[in-house]
Write a protein that binds this ligand. Structure first.
Ligand code: ZN
Length: 767
């Protein structure tokens, strides 16, 4: 107490806050009311306390207030103009960043920033995720390319085993991009604003030697409410109080700008900001996870189809409607919805809406494809479309039985081009075999061997695909860290059948556990995949169901697909940081490879894995009782696949096959009026290069003038590519993720040439 205010080398910026979960222990409908109550409470306090400054994130919340309470909204607008109300965060909602896909993360920033710019004239330059369960290593690049320089959170202090070493630091993502990050040193976004808060910040702050400022949020949050007179009176009294550091109310953006001025001595954290807690959320409410992936790919293909139709035919790109669908989809990526930590009603309502959105997207996609098809094909022809940037050769079930077709990348083929050129395969008791693999089963339905006939080697180290049922006494967020020490039961094989379907060898198995039933088609394909097409009717509470593939390779790291790239994680437990990652999150694939051989597990809507030693263990569902007693009860439908490959992951077809698993071909029939008059190319783009550049998305430019194509480099390598649109264009420019023009592309004779750095995201606007 002998210190006087002003003697300190720490300055705290305080700002009123009210963390509002857009759904959690209440449905979305209630959040709209909570938001309005919080905003009007804040406005009332602003009259009474002239130096009170408040901040709120999530444009979705502002949109609800605008729609439901327009007068209140105009009062908020006034306060933003008076610089007393900070529009925080650049994402549409405070979204999960483990499970949300690549393009969806871009759209969180695109629609979030657009809303604040158009409604308030504010350029949101910080990513504000105080409560999200871990942060993808893809974020720094997405942020930088969206014009977002700063990252604010506090959640990492929840980690169970390790303490993050910094509060103010550079965070570097997979491509090398860096953003200035600030973890709230008070370890809460619900600060009391009491002297003890200031003391705690002073005591905790790890980087005070290099940074003299810290941020403090005060108010009641989670269910919102916000600051009260108690907080504001307390702040008044701490002013100029001997023994306390200086604390002034102000904008977080101003504080972040100030600490960005001199970053000398700031340390760096490289890679993901893994939260050592809540790993159950990669799996809980697994239906919502499958809907998330399915809708991500439906949006992707619908935008591709509409972009093509808008160039090739008379077709009005439904920009407004697609933006509305995107925004609703982004809402469901909120950090208590997609991770599975909300009450039952939230999922019931979201699942109903997902069905409606998917149906509508399918209609729009088919209309767009039909408009394209009718330019090229005669009346009543069936055209097969491939939205992926890879040529696809596969069998299709037609009225004439199974037939083989090859569809060009981002293009189409007439179904008449099918051939009967099917490769032979065998399916008989306990054996599936083709020219690539021989798969053996035992009488319990377990896979005892997968033999690679081309490489002449056994792929498995022990029996695979055993359905293990663990007691799961955790909640929606957390499973027991040491659950593998517990006894488990296995699902019992009830019956199985063997069949050949065209060139696929199939084993259909039915397993049971109590009243629960798992029906699985194990399909050996000519791509060298063992696919597991699964239907499950789950009737148990407090259980977790997993399956595993012990792979015969020597490695101590697993490569995991994340948004716009991949990360490698340790499969050993040398350190507490590695031990803490007992469950990890991945997008479409995980891979264990040694220098010359490896195997991957692909999926179309699963995100939780355990990869220790050389086992890939996938979490199929969790049914904890809190906060939804019916979590994962009922029917599930999903596919995962096992893919052994020669060479390491980079030299394999893992990326292509994972995309293919998520984006099947679409068949569209032309109408009576089809002309077939157009002699142009049956594709939207031709992409050439060494294969490591992939087109993630194609969309109409936000300004309506041109098409935006977004690619990224998939191997962590340097690469060059060329892109040839099938339509005439006058200009091609590199744009950032907000679609602001950067430089003109190198274009020759209608082909665009560019080079990519490792994991670089590259967007081109073609107009
Ligand atoms: Zn929250």
């Amino acid at each position: 107490m002998d210190k006087k205010c002003g003697d300190e080398s720490l300055r705290i910026t305080a700002i009123g806050h009210s963390h509002l979960d857009l759904a959690w222990l209440w449905p979305i409908r209630e959040t709209k009311r909570k938001g309005a109550r919080t905003f009007s409470n804040v406005l009332r306090l602003m009259e009474r306390y002239p130096d009170f400054v408040f901040g709120a994130s999530q444009p979705q919340l502002y949109q609800w207030v605008k729609d439901g309470y327009p007068q209140l909204y105009s009062r908020v607008k006034k306060k933003v103009k008076e610089n007393r109300w900070e529009c925080q965060g650049a994402m549409w909602v405070e979204a999960d960043t483990n499970i949300s896909g690549a393009e969806p993360l871009v759209r969180q920033f695109l629609y979030g920033k657009k809303f604040f710019a158009e409604e308030f004239g504010v350029d949101a330059r910080s990513l504000w995720l105080p409560d999200v369960f871990g942060y993808s290593a893809a974020l720094p690049q997405i942020m930088k390319k969206s014009g977002v320089d700063y990252f604010v959170t506090q959640k990492l202090c929840w980690s169970q085993f390790d303490v993050y070493p910094h509060h103010t630091f550079w965070w570097q993502g997979i491509d090398g991009s860096q953003v200035l990050s600030h973890l709230l040193p008070e370890n809460t976004y619900n600060g009391s604003a009491m002297p003890r808060s200031l003391k705690k910040i002073e005591k905790n702050y790890k980087d005070n030697a290099v940074c003299e400022e810290a941020l403090m949020l005060f108010g009641i949050g989670d269910g919102a409410g916000g600051p009260s007179p108690f907080h504001l009176e307390s702040l008044k009294r701490t002013k100029k109080l001997n023994g306390l550091v200086e604390c002034e109310q102000g904008y977080s953006a101003d504080m972040l700008d100030r600490i960005a001025e001199d970053t000398h001595g700031y340390k760096k954290w490289v890679g993901e900001l893994y939260l050592e807690r809540h790993q159950g959320t990669y799996t809980t409410q697994s239906r919502i996870k499958r809907f998330n992936r399915k809708t991500e790919f439906a949006l992707r293909e619908t935008e591709f189809a509409c972009a093509w139709a808008s160039r090739a035919a008379v077709f009005a790109y439904p920009q407004e409607e697609l933006e509305a669908i995107w925004k609703e989809y982004l809402l469901y990526q909120f950090h208590d919805i997609l991770p599975g930590s909300s009450i039952n009603r939230v999922y019931k309502e979201a699942e109903e809406r997902f069905e409606i959105l998917l149906k509508r997207l399918n209609e729009i996609k088919k209309n767009a494809y039909r408009a394209v098809a009718e330019q090229y094909a005669e009346a009543n022809e069936s055209m097969v479309f491939n939205s992926l940037p890879f040529e696809v050769t596969t069998q299709l079930k037609t009225t004439a039985g199974y037939r083989k077709i090859t569809v060009p990348a981002m293009g189409m083929t007439n179904l008449k081009e099918c051939t009967d050129d099917l490769a032979p395969c065998v399916a008989q008791a306990c054996v599936l075999e083709n020219s690539k693999l021989r798969v053996l089963f035992n009488e319990q339905g377990e896979i005892t061997s997968i033999f690679d006939l081309e490489s002449e080697r056994e792929v498995l180290q022990a029996n695979a695909n055993i359905f293990r049922v663990y007691n799961d006494r955790g909640d929606a967020w957390d499973m027991r860290v040491n659950y593998t020490d517990d006894a488990f039961e296995t699902m019992r094989l009830d019956r199985c059948e063997w069949s050949v379907e065209g060139e696929n060898a199939v084993c259909t198995q039915v397993f049971t556990y109590g009243a629960s039933v798992l029906q699985q088609r194990v399909v050996l394909t000519q791509d060298g995949l063992v696919k597991f097409e699964t239907k499950m009717d789950w009737r148990e509470r407090d259980r977790m169901v997993r399956t595993a593939f012990p792979v015969d390779v020597l490695t101590n790291e697993v490569e995991c697909d994340i948004q716009f790239g991949s990360v490698k994680r340790a499969t050993n437990e040398n350190t507490t940081w590695q031990y803490a990652q007992y469950e990890i999150c991945a997008q479409k694939w995980v891979d264990l490879s040694q220098a010359d051989y490896g195997a991957a597990v692909l999926n179309n809507g699963k995100y939780g894995y355990r990869c220790k030693d050389n086992v890939i263990d996938i979490d199929l569902l969790r049914s904890p009782s809190y906060p939804d007693v019916a979590a994962d009860y009922g029917e599930h439908k999903f596919t995962y696949a096992f893919y052994p490959h020669r060479g390491n992951r980079m030299n394999s077809a893992v990326v292509r096959l994972a995309y293919q698993l998520n984006a099947p071909l679409t068949v569209v029939k032309t109408g009576e009026t089809a002309t077939g008059a157009e002699p142009a190319l049956p594709r939207l783009f031709e992409l050439n290069g060494d294969g490591s550049a992939v087109i993630e998305s194609v969309k109409l430019a936000e300004d309506g003038k041109g098409i935006v194509v977004r690619l990224y480099e998939t191997n962590g390598a340097s690469c060059a590519f060329s892109l040839t649109p099938s339509f005439a264009f006058s200009r091609a420019s590199e744009v950032d993720l907000m679609e602001r023009e950067l430089t003109e592309c190198d274009t020759k004779n209608g082909t665009i040439h560019a080079k990519l750095k490792p994991f670089e995201i590259f967007s081109i606007k073609i107009s």
